[in-house]
Design a protein around this ligand. Structure first.
Ligand code: GLC
Length: 477
């Protein structure tokens, strides 16, 4: 080899890492949004909230802003034994909850919902749920008792009463025939009746966001937003009745109601297209509900791992990762779990212990420290974008409510297990809220159980009075 060529080659090898970095950067740059983009997105979100709230504009709005029948936070005097069902999160659970003032005890059991039931018929789904309730009651020696039940049903529903909720459309991988357009409490009661061996009445149905808010408000009266960052994402908040065009209940005190925003559907009319990446488009295309829940698909746990996987695959195919050699696992849709993102980002030093473990699980044979660093970088871009996008929604709500001090109750596996989500959100929300508004992000514990029990406790007190919504001290309205 000529001397000159060797010198050129040496020089090239020196700049190669920089050049590679540049190529990597080019492929993942679309995940990086500017401050102005986030500000614009907040204005878009705010516009969508108002569209959903307006009587005339609601029919064409994508963010539906459903009024719930919960009008106030709990006063802490709720007590008794309650059953709760939690459907729509990572797991399906049946719970037994005892409320006694601030003291809450809880027992719960996770039951599997097999894939064929998630996408089968409604009758199969509710028969399965009734079977699980029976099993749970039998194991807890409750078969002879009559215990009120609260149902945390975490899908978009138009509520027409505290225990009437009409599913508008399935989200998050569920698609059971014959349930959309139906009252899910009626379907549950029918399944219970078909069995004939349990005496259970569902007194309240709530969204998981409402559960989170209620559960946190039990000990913090400033709590006015419930946020879920888990399999899906959504938020609820307390709105003044005068702003709720769809409200058809009374205007007694308290003149407010919790609104289930169903913000996951933001973007279903194309308004997020300017920030979507090719990876987002692919995730949407291969999902069970293409074109729907666009904002949710850019944020939540059901999709984050897949977005990262697609980006890693792209880098790999360009020879920028793993020396271009992947694995069947890495090429398989859904195989890069969202928990990997949290694990990889939890590595704090150059040993990359978790990252290498993930690579092993993906049967990758050859990887360098540089590969670890790149994978970590991709994960952090995708999760940071998710945290900032969620912050846009929270800031829009805070600015809209315009209260001085607000506690945001947050629940969900993504928020709980990701090492930086909380800090990233605090930083971004702070940038976006009007000066003077103070907020706190608080982890809400077991809202889907405790929140359902609290609402059911009040509903139980109300049931004989013929009242339809829960208001001041649970006694009015
Ligand atoms: C989905 C559901 C919504 C729920 C959220 C979080 O967006 O449509 O009702 O609150 O997931 O579980």
């Amino acid at each position: 080899m000529g001397r000159e060529f060797q010198t050129v080659l040496a020089a090239l090898l020196k700049i190669l890492p920089d050049y590679e970095d540049m190529l990597v950067e080019n492929l993942v740059r679309p995940f990086i949004l500017k401050d102005e983009d986030y500000k614009l997105l907040m204005d878009i979100m705010l516009g969508e909230f108002n569209k959903g709230l307006g009587k005339e504009t609601n029919p064409t709005a994508k963010v539906k802003m459903y009024p719930t029948y919960v009008r106030d936070v709990p006063d802490g005097s709720e007590n008794g034994n309650f059953l709760a069902l939690d459907l729509g999160g990572t797991n399906f659970r049946v719970l037994l909850i005892n409320l006694n003032g601030q003291e809450v005890t809880m027992e719960s059991k996770i039951y599997l919902i097999p894939q064929h039931i998630m996408t089968g018929t409604g009758e199969q789904l509710f028969d399965h749920i009734a079977k699980c309730i029976h099993k749970f009651m039998s194991n807890h020696d409750l078969l002879k008792e009559k215990i009120p039940l609260g149902f945390t049903f975490s899908f978009p529903c138009k509520q027409i009463g505290l225990n009437h909720a009409i599913l508008t459309q399935w989200t998050k991988g569920f698609k059971c025939e014959g349930v959309e357009g139906e009252d899910v409490v009626r379907l549950l009661h029918e399944a219970i009746k078909r069995r004939g061996d349990i005496d259970v009445e569902c007194l309240a149905v709530i969204n998981d966001t409402v559960g989170a808010l209620m559960s946190c408000a039990h000990s913090d009266r400033d709590c006015a937003i419930g946020l879920i960052l888990g399999t899906g994402t959504n938020a609820c908040y307390i709105e003044k009745l005068e702003n709720v065009g769809l409200w058809d209940g009374d205007y007694n005190e308290p003149n407010q109601v919790m609104i289930n925003t169903e913000w996951g559907a933001l973007g279903d009319d194309g308004c997020l297209d300017f920030v979507k990446t090719e990876y987002d488009r692919q995730v949407d295309k291969h999902s069970i509900n293409p074109g729907r829940q666009i904002y949710e698909k850019m944020i939540s746990g059901m999709y984050m791992g897949e977005i990262v996987r697609l980006a890693l695959e792209k880098l790999r195919k360009h020879g920028l990762l793993f020396g271009g050699k992947g694995s069947e696992e890495l090429s398989t849709r859904g195989r890069f779990y969202t928990k990997y993102v949290s694990e990889i980002e939890s590595d704090v030093d150059d040993h990359f212990k978790n990252t290498k473990q993930v690579f092993e699980e993906l049967a990758l044979e050859k990887y360098s420290d540089e590969d670890c660093r790149i994978a970590q970088y991709v994960c952090s871009l995708v999760s940071t974008r998710a945290a900032f996008l969620a912050s846009v929604g929270v800031a829009a709500l805070l600015n809209k409510m315009d209260r001085q001090d607000v506690t945001v109750a947050v629940d969900g596996s993504l928020y709980r297990f990701h090492p930086h989500f909380h800090d990233l959100m605090e930083e971004k929300i702070q940038q976006l809220v009007k000066p003077g508004i103070k907020f706190k992000l608080m982890l809400s514990h077991d809202g889907s159980g405790k929140g359902a029990a609290i609402v059911t406790a009040v509903a139980n007190r109300l049931r004989d009075s013929g009242k339809e919504s829960i208001g001041e001290n649970g006694l009015e309205n």
